[in-house]
Design a protein around this ligand. Structure first.
Ligand code: ATP
Ligand code: MG
Ligand code: MG
Length: 353
């Protein structure tokens, strides 16, 4: 069987490896640190820095296709590997989503709405950006943020220079605040031949900036769901994307009409798609493996009304109770140590239709 190379070895890589194994693939993960969730379930591993050319070269030679579980893999690493084996999604798609400014310009270039934004290269630019976009607004580092890290709300008062410096002095963007009624996401896949399938739209609740719960299907108008899938398709086609992607969207209502605003794109399997492991005929992980391996895509049919709840930090201590619950589908990531804010597992509950 072929071997899939995965950059990163967290829970997403673990679930990819498990899905790949079911289809007869081997998985070789590459990550800079040992003791990662994916190491327990993959056939081979490389522990090395992402800029170690010898380790990358040997990794490329050991695999048939390369993918990644997170968008902060250095773009140079993806390009180095792409010269040796196909990297899917392609390095250009990866680079686009690594920088919030570039990403927003790209999305707007497709005629799709984003939050209003302004480039904030330095502290001086922040005052001008706040004057333009008003308050509240949200200052975000262009690169490397996740789970709300690397961003700060700008409300009344406050020393703007200090807020900019609190984010490390890195180049930022300022985003106008979107008064959304809910957050939804579309998880979709595009195959090597351009075949495109989207899962039903889910709605997502965050607690402390971390995804807490996802429900599918989202309670939105049918035409809004169609539009969300069209947005994902347009993005995937413009990037010549291969694999699973997620598009996070804000839903804004005026009267009875619903408007979608793109928040960000994740060039990978996504936490809001974990419900598909138990709630869809093909999980997002299997779908990603199918796509990058050049296989036909699987059915995205949903089996019922699904709720996926993340087990974060101490929540994981409740696993025996969840394991005993009739119909609860429990997933634990095998992380050795519970830490506050750390995603330890998730539980899916389905009302079969
Ligand atoms: P993730 O872990 O999803 O990668 P992140 O750190 O990249 O998160 P964002 O998705 O940009 O951060 O923002 C985190 C959350 O903050 C959003 O899900 C949303 O709830 C809120 N938020 C972000 N931008 C805005 C905005 N412009 N207006 C209103 N709320 C926002
Ligand atoms: Mg993000
Ligand atoms: Mg986000």
């Amino acid at each position: 069987g072929a071997t899939i190379g995965v950059l990163g070895a967290g829970q997403l890589a673990r679930m990819l490896a498990l899905a790949a194994a079911r289809l007869g693939f081997k998985t070789h993960v590459f990550a800079p640190s040992a003791d990662e969730p994916a190491f327990d379930v993959c056939a081979a591993r490389t522990i090395a820095a992402y800029d170690d050319p010898d380790a990358l070269d040997a990794f490329a030679r050991a695999v048939d296709v390369v993918t990644y579980e997170f968008e902060n893999v250095p773009a140079a690493t993806a390009e180095f590997l792409d010269a040796r084996r196909p990297v899917r999604p392609n390095p250009r798609a990866l680079a686009l989503t690594q920088d919030r400014l570039v990403e927003k310009e790209f999305v707007q270039g497709l005629g799709v709405e984003t939050a209003p934004f302004a480039d904030v290269p330095d502290a001086g630019a922040l005052a001008r950006a706040v004057a333009k976009l008003g308050r509240p607004s949200i200052l975000k580092t262009r690169r490397l943020g996740y789970d709300g890290k690397g961003q700060v709300a700008i409300r009344g008062g406050g020393d703007l220079g200090a807020l900019f410096r609190a984010l490390g002095g890195a180049p930022c963007i300022l985003e106008g605040f979107i008064d959304f009624v809910k957050e939804v996401s579309v998880v979709a896949a595009r195959g090597v031949d351009g075949e495109f399938h989207a899962y039903d739209i889910s709605e997502n609740q965050h607690e402390n900036h971390i995804l807490a719960e996802t429900r599918a299907p989202a309670a939105i108008l049918p035409e809004t769901a169609v539009r969300a899938k069209e947005i994902a398709r347009r993005i995937a086609e413009a990037e010549d994307y291969v694999g699973v992607l997620a598009v996070e969207l804000f839903l804004v209502k005026s009267g009875r009409s619903e408007r979608l605003i793109v928040n960000e794109i994740a060039p990978r399997v996504h936490n809001s798609g974990h419900w598909t492991l138990d709630g869809a005929l093909t999980s997002q992980f299997e779908q990603h493996v199918r796509a990058i391996a050049g296989w036909p895509l699987g059915s995205t049919a949903r089996l019922g009304r699904v709720t996926m709840r993340n087990l974060i930090g101490d929540d994981a201590e409740r696993w025996p109770e969840i394991a005993a619950e009739d119909g609860a589908c429990l997933h634990l990531y095998g992380k050795r140590e519970i830490r506050a804010g750390r995603k330890m597992g998730h539980v899916t509950r389905i009302e079969l239709e």
